[in-house]
Ligand binder design. Structure first.
Ligand code: NAD
Length: 370
């Protein structure tokens, strides 16, 4: 019995639901963390090694991200055991079964995450009409194609410049991970005058101190090739991207890539966290003490979920992008100003901001967290 409550604290989770349907081999978990601010939004992750703990941690980070972004949504997440590359008919059956199993859980809105995409959300929508990240034909806003998360990051960067005495014009940028987040971040920053001097994907790093051609690199990557095969630039191994001296370093790949072993290899002034938890807490503390400024993940990369929440309200792409710019700029300023004034890390400032908003919302509710 106690184990069920091992994650419980003052914010949640309000519900952990075990979903099981042997006829289609469905095994899944839903964690609804805190819905004081409104029905939770969070992705459905499909992988073979998911766990209740992972699901809870992701749900909690959605509570903080949605609250920090000032959305009328709480945090939740669902995970489903299985190989995301399984035959499409099997995957469709599993996802439809998952949606039907949760038809009555109104406080959870499905979104895409690792292993699921807009087509999966269309299946959920078809069953229970409670999904975001839908295809355009169903009223969706294709946030990865448009670069919604990176659009927010470029505005977060603008705000951070004055806190680290940097100008964007001519700033040397390095991007780790050249997918939906990384390539659009490079594009938006290049449009504001910055120069991309290195980028990495899972196959390797490419470096050109004179500046890489961002549009050509994106076209190359979108044609299905690796950065390693690009005609220009020096080719290095994948993790060499950490060692390239620069002004702005952007993690947009995997969690924990900067840790106790790698943190001192970084040589940069500003880190804009596109990936979720790209830096361990200890390494973040170390960077703070060294005077390297960072914008925490759930402040910098909130553009995707803001876009999803705007889609849920039936907003247009233009309104969604204006809202991302406004919210991410405002929150970055709040966090960096509080960190400076109170002499605390940007992460602690961001957590304080997000938790204060959730706790305020909880005081207005009869049952606090749900
Ligand atoms: P993606 O799959 O489109 O791109 C990931 C990129 O990282 C690929 O280019 C891949 O080759 C590269 N990569 C993988 N492992 C790497 C490694 N060890 N070193 C260097 N590069 C590596 O994914 P995405 O949607 O761009 O998401 C990237 C990160 O941002 C993830 O952590 C994701 O959780 C987070 N995130 C994404 C969004 C979004 O809107 N897509 C929003 C918030 C956070």
């Amino acid at each position: 019995m106690e184990q069920v409550f091992e994650f419980a604290d003052q914010l949640g989770p309000t519900k952990i639901i075990h979903v099981y349907e042997p006829s289609v081999n469905l095994k899944a978990i839903l964690v609804v963390d805190n819905v004081a601010m409104g029905p939770s939004i969070g992705g459905l992750r499909m992988a073979e090694d998911v766990s209740t703990e992972e699901c809870f941690r992701l749900a909690r980070s959605m509570t903080l991200k949605n609250s920090a972004a000032g959305l009328r949504h709480g945090g939740g997440k669902s995970v489903m055991f299985g190989d995301p590359k399984m035959p499409k008919e099997e995957k469709e059956q599993l996802i439809r079964a998952m949606a039907c199993a949760l038809v009555d859980i109104n406080e959870y809105i499905f979104g895409p995450d690792m292993g699921t995409d807009e087509e999966c959300m269309a299946w959920v929508h078809d069953e229970i009409h409670r999904a975001v990240g839908l295809p355009r034909e169903l009223g969706g806003i294709p946030l990865d194609e448009l670069g919604a998360t990176a659009w927010g990051m470029s505005h977060a960067t603008d705000v951070a410049l004055k806190y680290c005495d940097l100008e964007l014009n001519g700033a040397r940028v390095v991007v780790q991970g050249f997918g939906s987040v990384g390539m659009h971040a490079a594009r938006f920053l290049k449009d504001k005058g910055a120069v991309l001097i290195a980028a990495a994907d899972s196959q390797g790093t490419i470096v050109d101190e004179q500046g890489l051609d961002v549009d050509a690199l994106i076209a190359h990557k979108q044609s299905g090739k690796s950065l390693n095969d690009f005609a220009a630039g020096d080719k290095r191994d994948r993790d060499a991207v950490i060692d390239v001296e620069c002004d702005i370093w952007i993690p947009a790949a995997r969690p924990d890539v900067i840790n106790n072993d790698s943190v001192d290899r970084l040589n940069t002034k500003l880190i804009v966290q596109g990936a979720n938890i790209p830096i361990t807490l200890e390494a973040e503390e170390h960077l703070y003490k060294k005077g390297v400024l960072y914008i925490p993940d759930f402040i910098a990369n909130a553009g995707g979920v803001i876009c999803a929440a705007m889609e849920y309200e039936n907003a247009s792409e233009r309104v969604a992008f204006d809202t991302i710019a406004e919210k991410v700029s405002f929150n970055t300023e709040q966090v960096l100003a509080a960190a400076k004034k109170e002499q605390i890390t940007p992460r602690n400032a961001a957590i304080n901001l997000a938790v204060a908003r959730v706790e305020k919302a909880m005081t207005t509710r009869r049952w606090s967290i749900f």
